[in-house]
Design a binder for this molecule. Structure first.
Ligand SMILES: NC(=O)c1ccc[n+]([C@@H]2O[C@H](COP(=O)([O-])OP(=O)(O)OC[C@H]3O[C@@H](n4cnc5c(N)ncnc54)[C@H](OP(=O)(O)O)[C@@H]3O)[C@@H](O)[C@H]2O)c1
Length: 342
């Protein structure tokens, strides 16, 4: 038996593509003291991975050409010498793009056990993992959501965005509008993902659409894309608005000098508004509580995780490309293997 692994072959100039990776076949690692040997079930992809590939993050160790690609996944513990990761448990952790891994409880961010075994393990990379926690933290802890807020979400059909409207409604919100690229995504926002209306930022005039949907202005903006969309929204915020900076995928490909120059930042002062970013991995001590809350909403039918799953570890590089071409709907992930039974 071999351990298939994807390593970095080249640094991307533009968006990540399969040619930037190379598949290698190594041995399955042997259990070591204090560690757990895990078998990968699912691996997720995230926009931030482009920044790993370019060595452009403050929070990750440098990734060199030939290194195993970093990434989180859901895995089954096959053997363990780590009391926190018992044999047979299923864990969400930094596994890297490989079929088997040695992990331990000292790695940061810390691995966490999936506790809701009545629900699919794939949810550990959507609603019951950092993607879902990000949606919840952004709305409640950062956005201080109120029931009568007029809420707008960008990147609304993506991994995080596909959950924001449903979670906002579970928290009591009455009206949520989403922005996404293309008529098909906009249809899904309204028909499946809990949005009351959708704006196709590629096929319509955003300023006009915002005026139409928010004649009195926006109270809470959950932003996944940044750049010109954020600037346009800033022009239309209401008094005491809250702008949640979750991510800015529209800027990740651009060199610093080409990034958007904001024209409407003064609106924050004029409207006594607040704009705040956050990092989901700073909330690790709350994950178990978040997962229980989100799982209860799934069971109650209030939250339907939207997952975009391809099969086989060979499909991972293409899955990452999808995030940058807009091909994904929901949390993009790859099914690598089924768990060992018994
Ligand atoms: N703060 C945190 O702790 C935290 C944690 C996780 C993720 N994030 C951030 O949250 C955001 C969403 O993450 P995710 O994992 O759910 O990814 P995602 O939204 O699924 O990302 C892919 C989507 O982004 C959109 N997109 C791609 N290029 C774009 C561009 N140039 N302009 C506008 N939209 C573009 C596309 O949708 P369209 O077809 O609609 O354009 C695409 O389907 C990202 O910015 C990510 O970095 C932050």
């Amino acid at each position: 038996m071999v351990n298939q692994q994807w390593v970095l072959a080249e640094r991307p100039e533009s968006y990540p593509q399969p040619s930037h990776f190379r598949m290698v076949r190594g041995d399955i690692p042997k259990l070591q003291s204090g560690k757990a040997l895990v078998k990968t079930l699912y691996l997720g992809v995230a926009p931030v991975m482009l920044r790993y590939m370019r060595n452009d993050t403050a929070f990750e160790a440098p990734l060199e050409i030939g290194d195993l690609m970093m990434g989180r996944g859901v895995a089954q513990v096959l053997e363990s010498d780590c009391p926190e990761l018992p044999e047979g448990s299923v864990v969400q952790a930094r596994i890297g793009w490989q079929e088997y891994a040695l992990i331990d409880n000292a790695q940061r961010p810390t691995p966490f056990l999936l506790e809701h075994h009545d629900l699919p393990y794939s949810h550990g990379l959507s609603s019951l993992g950092p993607t879902g926690f990000t949606a919840l933290i952004g709305l409640r802890e950062i956005g201080a959501l109120k029931y009568d807020d007029k809420i707008l979400v960008s990147g609304a059909a993506g991994g995080v965005g596909s959950q924001v409207a449903q979670i906002a409604k579970a928290l009591g919100a009455s009206r949520v509008v989403g922005i996404a690229g293309g008529a098909e995504k906009c249809r899904l926002l309204v028909e499946q993902l809990g949005y009351d209306a959708a704006i196709d930022y590629k096929g319509s005039d955003l300023a006009e659409a915002l005026q139409h949907h928010f004649p009195e202005g926006i109270d809470l903006f959950y932003d996944n894309v940044g750049g010109p969309v954020l600037d346009e929204v800033l022009a239309r915020i209401r008094r005491r608005a809250r702008i949640v900076i979750c991510g800015s995928i529209s800027e990740y490909l651009l060199p610093a000098e080409a990034q958007h120059r904001f024209k409407n930042l003064q609106q924050l002062g004029r409207q006594d508004a607040r704009m705040e970013a956050f990092f989901v991995f700073d909330y690790g001590d709350q994950y178990s509580a978040y997962a229980s809350e989100l799982a209860s909403w799934i069971r109650a039918g209030l939250l339907q995780p939207k997952e975009d799953i391809s099969r086989g570890i060979e499909s991972l590089p293409g899955a990452l490309t999808d995030l940058y071409t807009g091909a994904n709907i929901g949390a993009r992930m790859v099914h690598v293997a089924d768990p060992v039974s018994g």
